[in-house]
Write a protein that binds this ligand. Structure first.
Ligand code: NAP
Length: 452
């Protein structure tokens, strides 16, 4: 083989590791650049704490990280410590796998009231993201509302309903476990703007909503009656949708079990305003009818019917959204980097030499963790084809030159052994309590432990 390529992968979530794996296997060298001192992206900071089985994918990432040609450079932020232009001159190619860093908004009056949150803020908080520990959620409420019908909405509704016994063996922060379990909250309402056939959640996640120790699941059978367009859609729908309908019908047939909390799944309603004196107290809902969208599904169309719903805390869970990386093309409409099979495109629509993307910043915030494997493989294939064609290669600076630049800029990179020190400390803290880990929650603790 000719000289190994020196490659930068920006972002250490699943897409980053699924890109690094085949690049290392092809004999190339990968520096993975990450703004946090910890790797794994949403596997560490997004996956719900009561879903430890989903986090075991990090074992595959550990094997990738153990390869000699791999380096982790945490606590290095592109746009602050290094610019895209630096990466472009230091490496033969740069692959952005930075995910979707922010959330989508509803754009309705009252969305900025205290007590109105992005679901992603709650998720980052209970998962110990060091940037989100100062948020002050007021759970001194009787009803919470989650807007959206995706898996994140289910995660948030479920987390708010878990008992202390269910949360105790998880790696959720102690502060979040205390706050959630001591809340007087009685009801969590999940609002879908369309119907049950169009819900974006998956069946396993829906099914477990019916198995919670401290919360009943409530579905009004009338809301499962389908309009003709949804009936047609269901006839053509995947097994997942049919299974979801079976699960929902079983939920709707249940008698209330008298558990302390209840989760209510509602369909065909959209919030049009959040109301309250200085903080959320209620929301105005409009009832929707579903009309064919001309693409084989239906869209929600508001009717004249309105409803008031009291709620003390509201989480919008209507999808993530990508953020631009300074110096790299970004499509505001889709919140992604414009690309062709992972080759980032310039304004002229032609690929930029040596710039690639994979994961959510490439295709948008869809799919499960494993979806990123195929996605990253496509990008790697494009990159390797470009190397084969002589489009990229022969420019990469040495690892020592990269390190020297970081030192010169006063950047204290957390290398993989630093993360291993954090990992060991967290696991050791969790072990006596039967927990997988107790996460460090502040930048200071994380950096000090990595140094230690
Ligand atoms: P998502 O699956 O895209 O769901 C977003 C939901 O928000 C949809 O129900 C959507 O309804 C609704 N929505 C969008 N705009 C709205 C508006 N203005 N008003 C009301 N509702 C609105 O997004 P997500 O839940 O954030 O999840 C992101 C990805 O991560 C998904 O692929 C998900 O499966 C994955 N994930 C997986 C797991 C797991 O496997 N356990 C856990 C968490 C997340 P419409 O369909 O009507 O647009």
């Amino acid at each position: 083989m000719s000289e190994p390529l020196r490659l930068a992968v920006v972002g250490s979530g699943p897409a980053g590791f699924y890109a690094a794996g085949p690049l290392l296997a092809a004999g190339h060298e990968v520096d993975m650049i990450e703004r946090l001192p910890t790797p794994w992206g949403l596997v560490r900071l997004g996956v719900a704490p009561d879903h430890p089985q989903l986090k075991t994918v990090s074992r595959a990432f550990e094997k990738i990280a153990a390869q000699p040609a791999f380096r982790f450079l945490g606590n290095v932020e592109v746009g602050r410590d290094l610019e895209h232009a630096d990466l472009a001159s230091l490496y033969d190619a740069v692959i952005y796998t930075v995910g979707s860093q922010t959330d989508r908004q509803l754009g309705i009056p009252g969305e900025d009231l205290a007590g109105s949150w992005a679901a992603t803020e709650l998720v980052a908080w209970y998962n110990a993201h060091p940037d989100y520990q100062e948020l002050e959620f007021d759970f001194d409420v009787e009803r919470g509302v989650v807007i959206g019908n995706g898996n994140v909405a289910l995660d948030v509704a479920r987390m708010l309903a878990l008992t202390r016994e269910e949360l105790a063996p998880t790696d959720a922060t102690d502060a979040s476990i205390d706050a959630i379990t001591s809340s007087p909250i009685r009801e969590i309402v999940v609002l879908g703007r369309r119907g049950p056939v169009q819900a974006a959640w998956t069946s396993t996640e829906l099914h477990e909503m019916g198995d919670l120790a401290g919360a009943d699941i409530v579905v009004d059978p009338a809301e499962l009656e389908l309009d003709p367009a949804s009936e047609t859609e269901l006839a053509e729908a995947s097994n997942i949708v049919h299974r979801n309908m079976d699960i929902l019908r079983e939920f709707a047939a249940r008698e209330p079990g008298g558990k302390p909390r209840r989760i209510v799944l509602r369909f065909g309603v959209s919030p049009i305003a959040l109301l309250g004196d200085g903080r959320v107290e209620a929301m105005e809902l409009v009832h929707n009818e579903l009309v064919p969208d001309g693409k084989g599904s239906v869209r929600a169309q508001a009717t004249a019917e309105r409803e008031m719903l009291e709620a003390g805390i509201v989480f919008r869970s209507v999808g993530y959204r990508g953020q631009p990386c300074p110096g790299v093309p970004f499509d505001e409409g889709s919140g992604t980097m414009p690309n062709d099979a992972g080759r980032v495109l310039g304004e002229d629509g032609k690929p930029l030499t040596g710039v690639y993307c994979a994961g959510w910043i490439k295709r948008g915030p869809t799919g499960v963790i494993g979806t990123n494997k195929k996605d990253a493989a496509e990008t790697v294939e494009a990159l390797l084809a470009d190397a084969e064609a002589g489009v990229i290669g022969g420019r990469g600076a040495s690892a020592a030159e990269v390190d020297a630049l970081l030192v010169d800029r006063g950047v204290e990179a957390v290398v993989y052994s630093g993360w291993e020190a954090i990992d060991a400390a967290e696991k050791a803290a969790g072990e006596p309590h039967g927990r997988p880990r107790i996460k460090l929650t502040t930048w200071d603790e994380l950096l000090a432990t990595a140094r230690g």
